[in-house]
Design a protein around this ligand. Structure first.
Ligand code: 16G
Ligand code: MG
Length: 559
């Protein structure tokens, strides 16, 4: 579009509104559905989503135009949810989640009941946000392997195309959420240092860093990877093709086209919530070989948990996000010490967790003087808190996380004059880790390589890694309540301010259990309240969870 004359501009604006109206008429909002852009974007039954995708397209273009054509990402996925669900979320130019101040705009647009109200809300929003519609826009999008993906992408593209030539689109096709984040970050990186903004660029960058880190430390033990029958299977294959045979990876659950298979009885969420092997991994017998370890991705490959069978009793042992954070933080602290940077460049390594972090992991870190910050659930909170450290390790217990290196940390490492070959080696390794680890978002594939690289450097197997600390037994209970909005959490969701008096009662019960800790928070993704409880023994954790669940039911009017 050009703005040569007021009449021409008015005409162009009218043409734009007409084409929005045409598109919107193809994708009417279903009645009686109320959408919310939640912790991880919109997520619900795929059949309810076409109108949302069309409108998300409009919003992404507004955001890109507002930011003078910076590339905005759109990911179509419902992560670990079952196959009939789908979802969509926006990625900001830095590769991070959409700025939270724009989340309400997504919610508002998606809930406009008619084409007329959509047009008027769009116009108001564009004015209010001071968007110059003559600016160019750049959008990159991708989807996971869900069968509903292609239809939803069509709706999205219709939303993007109403702006005509002013919008450039880059369709990444089927790929993981973290690869989409990587491409967004790399595309917007004016220095071109982050990497080539393609899937191939991602694979090449990681393969190079991993090869540097492993050096002659191979051959590595075989690694079994449960891909949750999702897009991780595709990304893993592409990556291992690029890497060669340095890491003997054996993919499991790769049935991306089998109906109903996605996340079904497998994947990171299954393993973490059931605290058990996926039946498919169990029956494959791969873990019965001594020293074997496996990991599970979730449906869009931004979460990972590891596990193995204890040698004596063949018990399932989970190595979750907390175990990853502790091992990685300890390792990076050691490297920083070895790097012997001068006093003013000494790098501060810190860990960010949520209230779900097992109490033993927090104790382990703090007793070793590693600073730990606790924040609310959701990647955006962890990510921002991690940016306050030179090297910020953040992981949710569920396996969602990464390690952020600040710009000044990278500068200090690049500028350092090492005092010994050991120091030079530590600096080289720290830089290689910063390349290996996805700096935009938690990434199962990159985290898998991170764990494997740390294990190789330590010369550890899974049981050595596990030996650091013993998790406190814990329970997570989902409580359905008539109105979860009456539950208001504070203090990084560790306490409730509402309903009045409930927190005091929770604490009174907690005190009865040795090492008892429990908290209640409303879910950000489902219509429920979650109760977490941990205590010294399994039965105490169980009883504490039941007692707190009763309090929650009572407080919400159920007896
Ligand atoms: C979303 C979050 C995840 C969090 C989960 C909690 C992102 C990308 N994902 O999936 O980090 O653990 O929500 O769900 O932020 P809940 O609020 O239902 O417990
Ligand atoms: Mg996910």
């Amino acid at each position: 579009m050009s703005s040569s004359s007021p009449t021409k501009a008015a005409h162009e604006h009218a043409v734009l509104l007409n084409s929005i109206a045409d598109g919107a008429n193809q994708y009417p909002k279903p009645e009686h559905v109320n959408y919310t852009y939640g912790t991880a974007g919109f997520r619900t039954l795929a059949t309810k989503l076409p109108s949302v995708l069309f409108r998300v397209g409009l919003l992404a273009v507004l955001r890109s135009k507002r930011l003078e054509g910076a590339t905005i990402g759109i990911m179509v996925t419902a992560s670990h949810n079952p196959e009939p669900d789908n979802g969509v979320k926006l990625v900001d130019p830095s590769g991070e989640m959409l700025d939270p101040s724009w989340e309400p705009h997504a919610t508002t647009l998606s809930n406009c009941p008619s084409t007329e109200s959509l047009i008027s809300t769009f116009t108001t929003l564009a004015n209010h946000l001071r968007v110059d519609l003559h600016q160019p826009a750049n959008i990159v999008y991708a989807r996971d392997t869900r069968p509903s993906g292609p239809e939803l992408i069509k709706a999205l593209e219709t939303g993007l195309r109403v702006f005509g030539d002013s919008v450039k689109i880059n369709d990444l096709g089927v790929t993981t959420t973290p690869i989409l984040h990587y491409v967004v970050k790399a595309t917007n990186d004016k220095t071109a240092e982050y990497g080539v903004p393609t899937k191939e660029g991602y694979n090449a960058k990681m393969a190079k860093a991993f090869t540097t880190l492993i050096g002659n430390k191979g051959p590595l033990a075989p690694l079994y990877v449960d891909c949750a029958n999702g897009v991780g299977a595709v990304a893993l294959k592409d990556f291992t093709d690029a890497l060669g045979d340095l890491l003997p990876v054996h993919p499991l659950n790769t049935a991306t086209t089998t109906q109903g298979a996605l996340n079904h009885m497998c994947g990171a969420d299954f393993v973490k919530t059931k605290q058990a092997l996926p039946p498919s991994v169990h029956s494959s017998g791969v873990l019965s070989k001594p020293g074997s370890r496996a990991c599970s991705f979730d449906g869009d490959a931004d979460r990972i948990v590891f596990y193995y069978l204890n040698e004596e009793k063949a018990n399932f042992r989970l190595l979750d996000g907390d175990k990853i954070a502790v091992m990685v933080a300890m390792f990076l602290v050691d490297l920083v010490v070895k790097a012997k940077l001068d006093e003013e460049h000494r790098l501060k390594v810190g860990v960010v967790q949520t209230a779900y972090a097992n109490g033993s992991s927090t104790k382990y870190l703090t007793s070793r003087n590693i600073p730990v910050t606790c924040v609310s659930t959701g990647v955006k909170h962890l990510h921002h808190a991690a940016q306050r450290y030179d090297i910020g390790v953040y992981f949710e217990a569920n396996g969602h996380g990464t390690v952020l290196f600040s710009d000044s940390a990278i500068k200090a490492l690049k500028a350092a004059s090492p005092q010994s070959p050991d120091a030079a080696n530590a600096i080289k390794n720290l830089l290689a880790f910063s390349e290996l680890i996805n700096q935009a978002v938690g990434d199962a594939l990159s985290d898998m390589l991170l764990v494997e690289a740390v294990l190789a450097h330590r010369g550890w197997g899974a049981s050595d890694w596990d030996a650091g600390y013993e998790d406190l037994p814990n329970r997570l209970v989902k409580v359905e309540v008539p109105d979860r909005s009456i539950f208001v959490a504070t203090d990084a969701e560790r306490k409730l301010t509402n309903p009045p008096g409930l927190q005091e009662k929770i604490e009174e019960v907690m005190r009865k259990y040795e090492m008892g800790r429990s908290f209640v928070r409303p879910s950000g993704t489902e219509d429920c309240v979650r109760v977490y409880a941990e205590a010294k023994t399994n039965s105490e954790a169980e009883n504490l969870a039941l007692a707190i669940t009763d309090l929650v039911r009572f407080a919400s009017g159920q007896s």
